[in-house]
Design a protein around this ligand. Structure first.
Ligand code: NAP
Length: 374
């Protein structure tokens, strides 16, 4: 088989950089043909020097970004930007016959049927599974995907996602509500971009991941459970109807799920650090506390409600985390803003087009930037 033509959206970020490592480790399998980033930076200059043959796109979004990326005729698009900038590109790449390795959970959660529907029709056309076309990169979803290998989905009893619990796992509610930005950035096990690190501290990220799993695996929300597992070694598990449970275990290293998605259906020969049984002497699991982490409760409720609620959650959370980062609202303001935005807009029908999603986004953004804590 020839080399895979790879395009990366968000090439200078945490996932983008690790994707480039996986790509460079296997030059016989992958060729970088295009990449997109938000702004000019020293990192883009370095990338341009290292990959002079690849097309570079800076600061594009929507259809412009989609046209640019697809112009390079990729076989595989790695969606690794934050937010919704890449949603057109993701949907159109699927329609154009490229596989998409998707880290960008915002697109799956907010885009819902628009994204999954595109993956479903691409899969039907090629006679493959939906997940072969839209490949999970989020570590928990990669774990579930790996657990499902060789299984039939109608024999699944329950999906389990683990959460590290973040830096505030042992804090009381009032201390969490007043946590500082620097505290929220101290993730105990994963090194990630700023937005997802704050979402991991509020556990909103885990709520987004339950919705992401609900979409990707087409499973009811109430069949997906969360376990707080501070060691971050067991990333996800699936219980089956015969009483068996499969789990995926590995070091907290995003190169593993990235590489699994890029190399699928094979595994890479470039190992990450392997986990030993000595590392696993103590694996602990506890239920998440929805009282201390109200943002998780709001996110799960948005997933249950469906309609416009998941998209509202994504847009409001983007603004809420950046307003927290700039000191405009307290950490406890994040769940409050999300709840108010979902109350206001979540009852609407799910957007039926990317344009409808964009206009909902504009309204939720306008509401969220002027929102004040009670
Ligand atoms: N980091 C992780 O370990 C992890 C794990 C699981 C899932 N995820 C998900 O993966 C996605 C990326 O996360 P991250 O942590 O890698 O974020 P990040 O470090 O903040 O990187 C974001 C990347 O997106 C780029 N970008 C922003 N606007 C863009 C645009 N309009 N067009 C193209 N690129 C654009 C940024 O470029 P500039 O810097 O130039 O703006 C940067 O390269 C998120 O959806 C996150 O939830 C991340």
């Amino acid at each position: 088989m020839g080399r895979q033509r790879v395009a990366i959206i968000g090439a200078t970020g945490s996932i983008g950089t690790q994707t480039l490592q996986v790509l460079r480790d296997a030059p016989d399998r992958f060729e970088l043909v295009a990449y997109a980033v938000g702004r000019e930076s020293a990192a883009v200059q370095e990338l341009a020097a290292a990959h002079p043959g690849a097309q570079r796109f800076v600061g594009l979004s929507g259809l412009e970004l989609s046209d640019a990326i697809l112009g390079a005729a990729p076989d595989l698009v790695v969606a690794a930007a934050t937010g919704l900038a890449g949603i057109h590109a993701t949907i159109n790449a699927l329609h154009a016959g490229a596989a998409v390795a998707i880290a960008n959970k915002e697109t799956i959660v907010a885009g819902g049927e628009l994204v999954i529907g595109a993956a479903r029709s691409a899969a039907a056309q090629r006679g493959t599974s939906v997940l072969e076309r839209l490949r999970p990169v989020d570590s928990e979803h990669s774990a579930l995907w790996q657990c499902l290998a060789g299984e039939s989905v109608d024999r699944v009893e329950r999906f389990w996602l683990t959460a590290s619990g973040g830096p505030f796992r042992t804090w009381d509610a009032s201390r969490i509500a007043n946590a500082r930005f620097e505290d929220a950035l101290k993730h105990p096990t994963w090194k990630m971009g700023g937005k997802i690190t704050i979402d991991s501290a509020s556990l909103v990220n885990k709520g987004l991941e339950v919705i992401e799993a609900h979409r990707l695996f087409e499973a009811p929300m109430d069949r997906i459970s969360i376990m707080v597992h501070p060691q971050s070694l067991l990333h996800g598990a699936v219980s089956f109807t015969d009483g068996s449970m499969k789990a995926q275990i590995g070091a907290p290293d995003m190169r593993v799920p990235i590489s699994y998605a890029m190399n699928y259906p094979q595994r890479s020969e470039q190992p990450a650090r392997a986990v030993s049984f000595a590392d696993m002497r103590e694996l602990t699991f506890e239920e998440p506390d929805l009282q201390r982490f109200p943002g998780l409760a709001v996110a799960l409720a948005a997933g249950e409600a469906g309609g416009a609620a998941p998209a509202t959650l994504i847009v409001a959370d983007d603004i809420a985390t950046s307003r927290f980062a700039s000191g405009e609202i307290p950490f406890g303001g994040i769940p409050a803003l999300l709840r108010d935005a979902c109350d206001r807009f979540g009852g609407r029908a799910a957007p039926e087009s990317v344009e409808a999603l964009s206009s909902l986004r504009d309204e939720v953004q306008a509401f969220s930037v002027q929102w004040r804590p009670a």
